[in-house]
Design a protein around this ligand. Structure first.
Ligand SMILES: Nc1ncnc2c1ncn2[C@@H]1O[C@H](COP(=O)(O)OP(=O)(O)OP(=O)(O)O)[C@@H](O)[C@H]1O
Ligand SMILES: [Mg+2]
Length: 251
C-alpha cells in the first residue's frame, strides 16, 4: 500500500508542468509534488504514474517515493489564482503525491554523462510502458544527489485509453529516436536480458495492487477494480518478452 497523507497546505504551483502539478505540505510534515485527479486526463494519468513508478522502482530504477494525498477542496478557497482554485476544487478525495527532491536539477544531456548500461535500462523501461514523454525536449529526468531519477509517467500505456483495442496497441513498436538518452549508446539488449525476466504476473499483481480502488471504479467493460488491474498488467507482461526487438530509432 502506498502511504496515505492528508494535504494541509498548498504551497505553490510547479509552473513547468503541463498538468499544473503543485507543491503541497501534508500532515506528516512532508513536502510533496502533487498531481490532481481534476487535471486534464484525470485519474488515468495518476494510474499510469503508480503502475510505471512502482514497476520502475521494483526493476531497480530510481523513482521518488509515491504516496496518496487526500485533499479537502476547502483548501482551494484561499487560492488567488483562478486556475489553481479550480483544480483544487475539482480534486477532492484521493490524489497522487511524490517525494519532492529538493534542489534537483533537470537532466541536461549535454551536461551529464550516462553509462550505456543505465541508458539501456531506462530506454528499455520506457519502451516497455510506451513512454512518449522522455524526449530531449522534455526529458522528465532529474539529477539529484549525483544520480538520475525518473519522474512523470502520466503519458505512458496509451492503450489504457482504449481497452477494447489494447492488445493491438500494445503490440506496436517503440520509437526511441527522440529519447533523451538515445545519444548515450543505450544497451537495451543487456537491459532486456536483465529486466525482462523480472516482469512477471506476480510482480505486476504486486504493482497494480498499489493503485487506489477509487481510480479504477466504473471503467466501462470491467466489473471490478481487480479486473481492470489485470488489464493493466497483461500488456506489460506480454510486451516485456519482445519489446527489445521493437525499439526503433537507436542503433
Ligand atoms: N519529485 C520531484 N522533485 C523535484 N521536482 C519535481 C518533482 N516532480 C516534478 N518536479 C518538477 O516539476 C516539473 C513538472 O513535473 P511533471 O513533469 O511531473 O509534470 P507534468 O505536468 O506531467 O509535466 P509535463 O507534461 O509538462 O511534462 C518537472 O519538470 C520538474 O521540474
Ligand atoms: Mg513533465
Amino acid at each position: 500500500m502506498l502511504k496515505e497523507v492528508i494535504a494541509t497546505r498548498y504551497i505553490t504551483p510547479l509552473r513547468e508542468g503541463g498538468s499544473l502539478p503543485g507543491l503541497v505540505e501534508a500532515d506528516d510534515f512532508g513536502t510533496y509534488v502533487m498531481k490532481f485527479t481534476g487535471a486534464g486526463q484525470g485519474r488515468k494519468t495518476l494510474v499510469a504514474e503508480v503502475v510505471c513508478g512502482e514497476l520502475a522502482r521494483r526493476l531497480g530504477l530510481r523513482v521518488p517515493r509515491l504516496v496518496t494525498v487526500e485533499l479537502d477542496p476547502v483548501l482551494g478557497l484561499g487560492e488567488p489564482d483562478q486556475e489553481v482554485q479550480g483544480l483544487l476544487k475539482s480534486s477532492g478525495g484521493t490524489n497522487l503525491g511524490m517525494d519532492f527532491l529538493s534542489g534537483a536539477l533537470g537532466f541536461d544531456p549535454l551536461a551529464f554523462e550516462v553509462s550505456p548500461e543505465e541508458a539501456g535500462r531506462i530506454v528499455w523501461f520506457d519502451a516497455l510502458v510506451n513512454n512518449v514523454d522522455r524526449s530531449w525536449r522534455n526529458p522528465n529526468l532529474l539529477m539529484w544527489q549525483g544520480e538520475l531519477w525518473l519522474i512523470d509517467h502520466g503519458a505512458t500505456m496509451i492503450w489504457q485509453h482504449n481497452w477494447p483495442r489494447a492488445q493491438a496497441s500494445a503490440a506496436r513498436p517503440y520509437d526511441a529516436l527522440d529519447h533523451a538518452l538515445a545519444s548515450f549508446a543505450p544497451d537495451v539488449r543487456a537491459a532486456a536480458a536483465e529486466l525482462a525476466p523480472l516482469v512477471t504476473d506476480e510482480l505486476l499483481a504486486e504493482v497494480t495492487a498499489e493503485i487506489p480502488d477509487v481510480w479504477l471504479a466504473d471503467e466501462p467493460g470491467f466489473e471490478s477494480a481487480d479486473a481492470l488491474r489485470k488489464a493493466y498488467a497483461q500488456p506489460l507482461v506480454a510486451r516485456a518478452a519482445v519489446i527489445h526487438e521493437r525499439i526503433e530509432g537507436i542503433k
